[in-house]
Ligand binder design. Sequence first.
Ligand SMILES: Cc1cc2nc3c(=O)[nH]c(=O)nc-3n(C[C@H](O)[C@H](O)[C@H](O)COP(=O)(O)O)c2cc1C
Length: 344
Amino acid sequence: MTPDNPEKPPLRLGPLAIAPPILAAPLAGFSNFAFRQILRNLGGVGLPATEMLSARGFLFLEDRKQAQPERLWGVKDEPRPLAVQIWDNDPDKLAEVGRRIAQEFRASVVDLNFGCPARDVAQKAESGAYLLGDPQRVGDLVARVVTACRPTPVTAKIRLGLARDAVNAVDVAQAVEGAGGAAVTVHGRTADQLYRGRADWDAIARIKPHLKKMPLIGNGDLKTSDDVLQAFRRYGVDGVMIGRAALRRPWLFREAAAALAGQPIPPEPTAEEQQELLREHFRLIVAQFGPEKGTVMMRALAAPYATGRPGVRRFRAAVARIATPEDFDRVLKEEYPGSLVVGR
Ligand SMILES: Cc1cc2nc3c(=O)[nH]c(=O)nc-3n(C[C@H](O)[C@H](O)[C@H](O)COP(=O)(O)O)c2cc1C
């Protein structure tokens, strides 16, 4: 690795090599089967992730002999590698569901959520980011899941702490490492920030010297391939995770992968190619959810696309009203920014 050819070595998660070391973030409501395939088809993503899954919810459905959780749809058959994220605060439930996800669902990685600040997860269920308040407990949970999932690697996703005056990511990351975690991903915000303010990458970088050998994955506000390059160069992380920017520009992964490999950045897809991508996204969504629910879901999934293109507001207003697959097709044809051929 030289400054002119900054190609990164693969990221090692236990026995698994992740190359390029660019992970897709779990995004509840978005990172379903369809989105993961879109990312894979575009290239550059080292490890896609499912939406977070409640361990309790998994066992509850099973007790009632109902179908498996919707969030595991497609997981058994889709390409690997794939991380499945679970959350809970009960060691037995987390270990049991982790084991099943590793063995029956053959996840490449089981990721534990210690970063979600949403009311239902953090306050009501005392899980997700709530657990950051007790690093020892995080370590105990990770240790149980590591044992249950072996040899599948178990990772943890955390935030900097509960609040600005309670930043303890070093303690939590060390607890994860001590418990046998394969990596820790740190979102550079505190739980009480939710998504406000800016991710603090200096605080992420400060964790690195405190880890013996467990990789550190940085997350928060990466929007461009240059942001990704800087994350590696300036902040010394072993991997990066991209969330919201991938909803707007799912081709960001291939751009970042090229930048990391010292290769030219591939051109942005044309408006026509972006429309085709949205059609494919919709086909995959309909395959899982059917045309009615799929159309409603597509309102939120399509809206982030076209960010920054002139006319995006019109497109968003139109896509927010689609009620049928035909509506979506028409909106794509008539309203997708940059797609109108005027005066020819
Ligand atoms: C709509 C939405 C859903 C999210 N769902 C999850 C989730 O299921 N599990 C999780 O660990 N983080 C979740 N996150 C947090 C992201 O994974 C990520 O940590 C955060 O968005 C910061 O990264 P970014 O700036 O690249 O988006 C979610 C974030 C958003 C905006």
